[in-house]
Design a protein around this ligand. Structure first.
Ligand SMILES: Nc1nc2c(ncn2[C@@H]2O[C@H](COP(=O)(O)OP(=O)(O)OP(=O)(O)O)[C@@H](O)[C@H]2O)c(=O)[nH]1
Ligand SMILES: [K+]
Ligand SMILES: [Mg+2]
Length: 521
């Protein structure tokens, strides 16, 4: 029995397994795909009563047929190449009306030199390339046509206008190609999110994180988790249906419980990620704080390499929070410069100080800038001392004002640097050290457990995982006598995890598992 179950678990893979995405969008794929079966007819004609369009000699198109969509897939404007993408049942219809190539029937997945012609006038619009992707081996899983034309305002609008002349085509809604890829099972929700993040990525870290999601790593991980929960559920279902005894050996309930405890621990480890995935995706919030005139705004300008903030010798220069987005060693960082912390009667400055305190609270990371001049026997000034924790980074600035080089070196330490933003002394060391510290804390790689690429990259993932954890806890709180109730909790847990990828059907996997499990019945 035990062996039978192990086998069942081994086979408990998700039924959701889309095929590979054709590499590049538009080149010859492997030879085995090149000879494809019959291609869909240009368009279907149906009869719709008297005075119909058909009677008027025009073909009539159903909504499904009309839903062949098209859009410019590259940015508009002057460039070497523009790509217009067409997807839907009648993509081949578009080929036959617009693409004039030496071959009548396109060889799928193969670029063809062609002329793009207007379907009504027959006039040549451009000389370009076209490639036909036979569904389901396309991005959307439908038949897809890509027209590679010269990128220029007049050329693009003439081809779009030509497409608008075809009654079975319409312009695509924003994101509609990706929506079809999702609906066709080509992408799950985490891959759709990844695709958007990849396009939006501005730093190396963001690109790498997004690429993992697009490649299906996030989906696979959540699917594994979901299948394992369903594995526990299958044990309970078997017990409910047959009871311990002849058919089901003893200890199955305990096995399911132990496995659930393990899964609970796994989920906990995913949740305890210091939000690294979300931070990498949306940017690390770094707040610069310190006493007035320490050189906080000077530091912001140094990081930004421009005069972004006002710098003057007047203490209390900065009032409002000034934010800048920077790329520090591949990590996206949103840096905030704040008002110098001090007691003040000036009502405007008071608001600034209040805002500075809030910004420190809201930050993922805080960097305290203190002037070496303001140190009292190497002690921090009382205005900032209570705000400095083990996590706080410290920059002792204005090292040019102290002559004693011993003191300067005594100030340095882990996550503590000395600089003179005026002379530039120590700035290279600071920048390298700071970037390295950020990398140590936030960079994602799979070299060691500590820096494992986090599973959660969107708040949505966290919500569903937390909810799954609660359902597993609820199962663990039930007794063997309440097995029906317990099974229901596990079913909810599996559904919660499934919401991350958008695959929530428990029954299909359960059926497969259960069938194998109850052998001989
Ligand atoms: N000697 C010396 N002066 C510096 C250094 N860094 C900045 N300063 C000067 O210190 C003064 C204050 O610099 P800011 O960057 O405005 O300081 P801040 O901390 O933003 O000041 P507040 O916004 O008023 O809180 C300016 O005159 C800077 O030119 C340094 O390393 N050495
Ligand atoms: K100042
Ligand atoms: Mg300032």
């Amino acid at each position: 029995m035990r062996r039978a179950f192990a086998k069942a678990v081994q086979h408990s893979r998700s039924p959701f397994r889309p095929g590979p995405i054709p590499s590049g969008n538009s080149c010859v794929l492997s030879r085995q795909h090149q000879h494809c079966p019959a291609i869909s007819p240009y368009f279907a004609v149906r009869s719709v009563g008297s005075n119909s369009a058909q009677e008027r000699g025009q073909p009539v198109f159903s909504d499904a047929q009309r839903s062949t969509i098209y859009a410019l897939s590259t940015p508009p404007g002057k460039a070497g190449v523009a790509v217009i993408r067409v997807s839907g049942q009648n993509a081949f219809g578009v080929w036959s009306r617009l693409v004039k190539s030496c071959e009548r029937v396109p060889e799928p997945w193969k670029m063809e030199r062609c002329r793009i012609i207007h379907p009504k006038t027959g006039g040549v619009l451009d000389d370009g390339l076209a490639v036909f992707f036979k569904g389901p081996k396309s991005f959307t899983t439908e038949d897809v046509l890509e027209l590679h034309i010269h990128s220029g305002r007049a050329i693009i609008s003439s081809v779009l206008e030509a497409l608008s002349q075809l009654p079975f085509c319409r312009p695509a809604e924003p994101g509609e190609f990706t929506r079809r890829a999702f609906e066709g099972g080509r992408l799950d929700l985490t891959q759709v999110e990844g695709l958007k993040d990849l396009i939006d990525a501005e730093t190396e870290g963001q690109r790498r994180l997004a690429l993992k999601a697009v490649g299906g790593a996030t989906r696979d991980l959540f699917e594994r988790l979901r299948t394992e929960i369903i594995g526990c559920l299958a044990k309970l279902e078997a017990l409910i249906d047959f009871g311990e005894g002849e058919d089901i050996e003893e200890g199955v309930y305990e096995e399911a419980r132990d496995r659930a405890i393990e899964l609970r621990r796994t989920i906990q480890s995913y949740l305890q990620d210091s939000r690294r995935g979300e931070i990498m995706r949306t940017g690390l919030r770094l707040t610069i704080f310190g006493p007035p005139n320490a050189g906080k705004s000077s530091l912001l300008n140094f990081l930004a390499q421009r005069e972004a903030a006002i710098v003057t010798p007047v203490p209390g220069t900065t009032r409002d929070i000034l934010e800048l987005s920077l790329d520090l060693g591949g990590i996206p960082v949103i840096v905030s410069d704040t008002a110098g912390l001090r007691m003040t009667t000036d009502p405007v400055e008071r608001i600034g100080v209040e805002r500075a305190r809030n910004a420190i609270q809201a930050a993922d990371l805080a960097l305290c800038v203190v002037s070496c001049e303001d140190l009292d026997d190497l002690e921090f000034p009382s205005s900032v001392k209570p705000l400095i924790t083990d996590e706080t980074f410290v920059l002792f600035n204005k090292s040019d004002l102290i002559r004693d080089s011993d003191t300067v070196s005594r100030l340095k330490g882990t996550d503590r640097w000395t600089t003179s933003l005026k002379s530039g002394e120590g700035t290279t060391e600071f920048l390298a050290g700071f970037a390295a510290a950020l990398k140590r804390k936030y960079e994602l790689n799979d070299d060691g457990e500590a820096n494992r690429t986090p599973v959660i990259t969107h708040a949505r993932h966290r919500v569903h995982l937390e909810s799954a954890a609660r359902f597993i806890d609820a199962f663990l709180a039930t007794s063997a006598e309440e097995i029906v109730l317990g099974a229901e909790e596990l079913r909810y847990a599996a559904k919660a995890v499934g919401k991350v990828s958008g695959i929530i059907d428990v029954e299909d996997v359960l059926d497969a598992l259960f069938r194998d499990f109850c052998i001989g019945k």
